[in-house]
Write a protein that binds this ligand. Structure first.
Ligand code: AGP
Length: 629
């Protein structure tokens, strides 16, 4: 075995986990029975949201595999009846991305005839081609998941060295992975590999751990090593090695975690909402993963079953949704009309389902829903299907009702959104709607050069949103100034009008302050009567074609003594002299502005609610999914 880990302990209050794995992984190898440790670790990761769970251990006679759909408590019931003996094993909680929440799709997955067991976080983009190649090699698949291809690949290469087998397998993968593997042929050996989905090694004495999140190891060890992308680790009860995927030894740094015994299930974040706001850069990445086609300057969706001929006959897109998803749909309207020159209508689902509008045969209905269970949106979808219209859904939850009942569904891959106030789902919806607008545009008159520019700009968005998060301290200052007010107005034009609506909804939902969003020019048609020194107005006024007009509206508010909070660009000299407070966002083309402009509004609502002592993740009167009419 190569040299062990060099221990350079350093005090670390918490480690800033960039990104979040959508599922949970725990691995163990040591002198103790693995099962209780694996199960306990999964419970620590329960907050991430999941729909199935499982574990595998290496026993004297081979592999022991136990799974359940539903909660970890259900897995515990299974283990009560059928224990999983053994001192090394892996476990997983799954948030479905490929394939619904079924027992067959739950992890761990077996490779070959049980030569290996694997758990995996991430998305394998080339899983379909690998699956057919492995089937041609005689491997039998038991699930619909992309993860199973990894298990069979490792089994295919497992001829003497488990690390080499994992190395060869991951070299065939395109996409992201955080994975752990065990094999009855190598008792006590636990191999991990990471690319784009977190993995952390926990160091013990005569035992070692592996997890997707250090919080699962709390109470077992304080010494951890965070694997970097393209690194492997191989653990036994008495040794631990970290290697590059080229098998060169790595000199990892051992971090000492001073566990803050407060609830560490949210990582270092005080609320899920803040965690979900901060992981939006990764969410945009995941919404794009595997969907960008740089050869044809367009975007593709794996399961968009509507072929180009059918899509080209469409002459109207009707989007239907509720709440934040409705606001995302309004941005989608601007995007699709701009890039595809297709007429779009956006309807509140609760109105659409009863209004009985005349719908011509060449319309398509697009239902947008994070949960996929919103009763009004589901009813609008069913009404559209009853009228024989093709239906498409944008959902975050695989296997949800709307996802199952639409003719085809595009998933957000945003991971579970726990905070009741939707944030990262909105960003994922806008990203996917941009890809859809590009796809439709390139089927029509959008040029390849325009498509290439869109793709180039879109790939910069994660970093630009990450930069935007730096406004947090300025937002905290502004929140301290205005957290006592009773009314707030939000104004924006064009692509930023729906963002004004979304900013107002966020504030209403979690701080209980009355807030309204308007198209900025609408102020003169009534709302400006509300303006006084106790009613701040938030103006979204980055550089864009309507900048001057919006500045005039801002001046009208100032002239009546209303305080103004401006969301603007750094190079704007005019704004400093006119707004009372300024929050800076990066300068981007107009159609990208929603992705950056929404971030300060999410943070403003969060910080004001915090100061008002509200229950941010579970606001009064609200449910995460409104499954009743
Ligand atoms: C958004 O912050 C709210 N929680 C709510 O408006 C939500 O967007 C709406 O209920 C729609 O939910 P869905 O996206 O799951 O359908």
């Amino acid at each position: 075995m190569r040299s062990g880990l060099s221990a350079v302990a350093c005090a670390l209050w918490f480690y800033r986990l960039r990104g979040s794995s959508m599922c949970g992984i725990v691995g163990y190898t040591g002198y103790r029975e693995a099962e209780p440790i694996l199960r306990d670790g999964l419970k620590r990761l329960e907050y991430r949201g999941y729909d199935s769970a499982g574990l595998a251990t290496v026993t004297g006679s081979g592999l022991c595999l136990r799974k359940s759909v539903g909660k970890i408590a259900d897995l515990a019931d299974v283990l009560q009846r059928q224990p999983a003996p053994g001192t090394s094993g892996i476990s997983h909680t799954r948030w479905a991305t490929h394939g619904e929440a079924t027992l067959a799709n739950a992890h761990p997955h077996l490779g070959g005839d049980g030569e290996v067991a694997v758990v995996h976080n991430g998305v394998i983009e080339n899983h379909a081609e690998l699956r057919s190649q492995l089937q041609a090699d005689g491997f039998t698949f038991r699930s619909q998941t992309d993860s199973e291809v990894i298990a069979h690949l490792i089994a295919k290469y497992l001829d003497g060295d488990p690390v080499e087998a994992v190395r060869r397998a991951v070299s065939r993968l395109r996409g992201t992975y955080g994975l752990a593997m065990i094999s009855p042929r190598f008792p006590g050996v636990l191999v991990g590999a990471r690319l784009g989905s977190p993995l952390v090694v926990g160091l013990g004495s005569n035992e070692n751990y592996l997890s997707s999140d250090a919080s699962a190891l709390r109470g077992y060890t304080e010494d951890v090593v965070y694997l970097l992308d393209r690194q492997l680790c191989v653990l036994t009860p008495n040794s631990g090695n970290v290697l590059s995927v080229e098998l060169a030894p790595a000199e990892p740094v051992v971090h000492r975690l001073n566990w803050d015994m407060e609830d560490a299930s949210r990582g270092e974040y005080e609320h899920f909402m803040l965690k979900e706001i901060c992981e939006q850069p990764e969410v945009i990445d995941r919404a794009m993963a595997g969907r960008l086609d740089e050869v044809d300057s367009t975007a593709h969706f794996g399961n968009l079953s509507l072929d180009p001929q059918k899509l080209n006959q469409i002459d109207r897109v009707i989007m239907t949704a509720c709440g934040t998803s409705y606001h995302a749909a309004l941005i989608g309207e601007y995007l699709i009309e701009s890039l595809a020159r297709l007429p779009v209508e956006v309807e509140y689902a609760s109105e659409f389902r009863y209004r009985n509008p005349p719908l011509d045969r060449k319309s398509i209905v697009l239902a947008i829903s994070q949960s996929g269970e919103t009763a009004d949106t589901l009813a609008a979808l069913r009404e559209s299907k009853r009228k024989g219209l093709p239906t498409l859904a944008l959902c975050n939850v695989v296997g949800s009702s709307i996802a199952r009942e639409a003719d085809c569904t595009i998933y957000l891959h945003a991971g579970p959104e726990v905070g009741v106030a939707s944030t990262k789902a909105f960003t994922a919806q806008v990203t996917v709607l941009t890809l859809l607008a590009l796809h439709l545009g390139r089927l029509r008159n959008l040029s390849a050069s325009a498509g290439t520019r869109i793709l180039d700009e879109l790939q910069q968005m994660p970093d630009l949103v990450r930069q935007t998060l730096d406004c947090h301290d300025e937002v905290k200052r502004i929140a301290r100034k205005y957290h006592h007010v009773s009314n707030v107005l939000y104004m924006g034009r064009q692509y930023l009008f729906p963002v004004a609506l979304e900013g107002a909804l966020k504030l209403k939902e979690i701080s209980y302050i009355h807030a309204e969003g308007y198209p900025a020019a609408e102020m003169k048609h009534g709302p400006i009567a509300l303006v006084d020194e106790d009613t701040p107005s938030v103006f979204l006024v980055p550089q864009c074609p309507s900048y001057d007009k919006t500045m005039s509206n801002l001046e009208e508010v100032k002239a009546r003594g209303g305080p103004v909070i401006a969301v603007a660009c750094p190079e704007d000299e005019r704004i400093a002299g006119r707004a009372d407070d300024v929050i800076l966002i990066p300068r981007v083309a107009e159609h990208w502005q929603p992705l950056v402009a929404v971030v300060p509004l999410q943070l403003l609502a969060y910080e004001i609610a915090l100061l008002r002592g509200c229950d941010i993740d579970k606001p009064r009167n609200l449910a995460k999914s409104v499954t009743v009419e």
